[in-house]
Design a protein around this ligand. Structure first.
Ligand code: PFF
Length: 469
């Protein structure tokens, strides 16, 4: 047993008396926060948030997203973390162990496994693009303010089936390697150092973007809401983004919660993570949209948006190529923090439930994802004409995970914690068995979990799926 895993089990101040299983875990309280933040911060901030904001009408969408984080995201996140830390097992077994009777609540964990496949399917592809862009940036070939040049560079990458697959698989091998090092030495160490550097670089890009001529239009787009843009699908997309951003509704936070120290303040951690993550997303918006308008790109360009505008921003600043290389390296690293948490959902399940050792569990999970993910990787080339419900595999995985599976998972987590697990267990977990003085806030959270969040998720889901129209 490593010293870090000892630390996670014999925590000073722990009031939990049960005999804890021997498991690896996060070693320091700051490490817990940063690893959890590492799961939240990723391509969601730098790629998905701008993509969706651009295609869903700007400021109004951002407001929906922020309200969703506050009223739904934080309650679901603390619920998952509390369950995971109490049960100390993978998502499926944690749900099973927390269920007082034989009811099949473990299905929430199983749904999480499915969501992990769907998300990793397209996420690894976008991460592969980012990785490829590190080398494109190094070669100097994309440093241009001309939309033709940056568009051609992106198109030549995504429409090439071999390149798409190779970059995706390279990405998967890197994520698998981090996971092989384990929780404290792999996940915790990698995420701890890099987020601050990413933040500094984003601030630099934001300043440059804001000082471009014509930046004002981008700011208006970001911060001046046009209420006529609220539709059933923007509502659903905003809620979906909150789920995706906070890595909730699919057992990732149950899994990470299972590695939490017993003296960790769960609600404090969730609040810090949620606010930091939201700030980083907004910062990415400020870095990208002024430039979108300044260079005459379309804000609703979709998944290519970031890959077109970012090179243009860098092209217009001194030492731009150097900074662009760093930017893509850091974005890639940020995506690793998120991907390890997605992969960890699968690996911890295969490892603990199917009883394969961690190495075998990682290899099989990565292989499974490489096969499944190729459907998304080939969506702009060989499989571009294969569509289900009018969507390519890439878009289908993205849409169904964020807009259906994660909200459904979150809905059931709330119902489970609010009505089945119950107040007593929730309070014990959230107050660290009465050692934290946060009863008022915990009561408020429990109220949200029991009554507010599930009703909101249900209404938005049904509305988004067209039930009321
Ligand atoms: N939160 C990550 C991001 O915004 O990039 C994506 C993600 C990670 C979603 C882990 C779900 C998850 F379980």
């Amino acid at each position: 047993m490593s010293s870090s895993s000892q630390a996670s089990q014999q925590v000073p101040g722990s009031e939990f008396k049960e005999k804890l299983p021997l498991r690896d875990g996060f070693s320091t309280r700051l490490g817990v926060i940063l690893a959890t933040l590492g799961s939240a911060v990723g391509l969601g901030n730098i790629w998905k948030f701008p993509t969706l904001t651009g295609s869903s009408g700007g400021a109004v969408f951002i407001i929906i997203y922020i309200i969703s984080v506050l009223l739904i995201g934080i309650p679901v996140m603390v619920s998952e973390l509390a369950i995971g830390r109490s049960a100390r097992a993978n998502a499926v077994d944690s749900m099973r162990a927390s269920t007082p009777n034989k009811a099949p609540w473990w299905l929430i964990g199983a749904l999480g496994i499915l969501s992990a496949f769907l998300i990793m399917g397209f996420y690894t592809e976008v991460a592969g693009w980012v990785f490829a862009y590190i080398f494109k940036a190094m070669s100097g070939s994309i440093l241009s303010t001309s939309s033709e040049v940056t568009t051609a560079a992106f198109t030549s990458l995504v429409t090439n089936p071999v390149l798409s697959l190779v970059w995706q698989w390279v990405d998967l091998v890197i994520v698998g390697a981090v996971i092989l090092f384990g929780v404290s030495k792999g996940i915790e160490r990698v995420t701890k150092t890099l987020i601050p550097v990413l933040l500094v670089l984003l601030i630099v890009v934001a300043i440059r973007s804001l000082t471009l001529p014509g930046a004002g239009e981008g700011l208006e787009f970001l911060f001046k809401p046009d209420l006529s843009k609220v539709t059933a699908s923007t509502l659903l997309a905003g809620v979906g983004l909150a789920f995706f951003k906070l890595s909730i509704g699919m057992g990732a936070m149950i899994t990470y919660g299972s590695y939490f120290r017993q003296d960790q303040n769960i609600s404090g951690t969730a609040l810090r993570v949620a606010f930091s993550d939201m700030s980083i997303a907004l910062l990415a918006g400020v870095a990208i949209f002024p430039a979108v308008f300044a260079y005459g790109f379309q804000p609703d360009a979709g998944p290519s948006l970031v890959f077109l505008t970012i090179p243009s921003v860098f092209a217009s600043m001194p030492a731009g190529n150097f900074f662009m290389v760093i930017f893509f390296i850091l974005t890639f690293i940020a995506s690793i923090g998120a991907q390890v948490s997605l992969l960890e959902v699968l690996v911890s399940y295969v490892n603990e439930h199917l009883k394969l050792n961690r190495k075998a569990a990682t290899i099989y999970s990565v292989l499974g994802l490489a096969v499944f993910g190729s459907l998304a990787a080939l969506s702009s080339s060989l499989l571009s004409n294969v569509k289900l419900f009018g969507l390519t595999f890439f878009d289908l995985f993205d849409f169904t995970s964020s807009n259906i599976f994660l909200p459904v998972g979150g809905l059931f987590i709330c119902i489970f914690v609010g009505w089945v697990w119950g107040k007593e267990k929730f309070f014990a977990a959230m107050t660290n068995n009465g050692t934290l003085n946060n009863k008022g806030f915990v009561s408020f959270l429990f109220f949200l979990i029991r009554f507010v969040s599930p009703v909101l998720v249900l209404l938005v889901l049904l509305n988004g799926l067209g039930v009321f129209s």
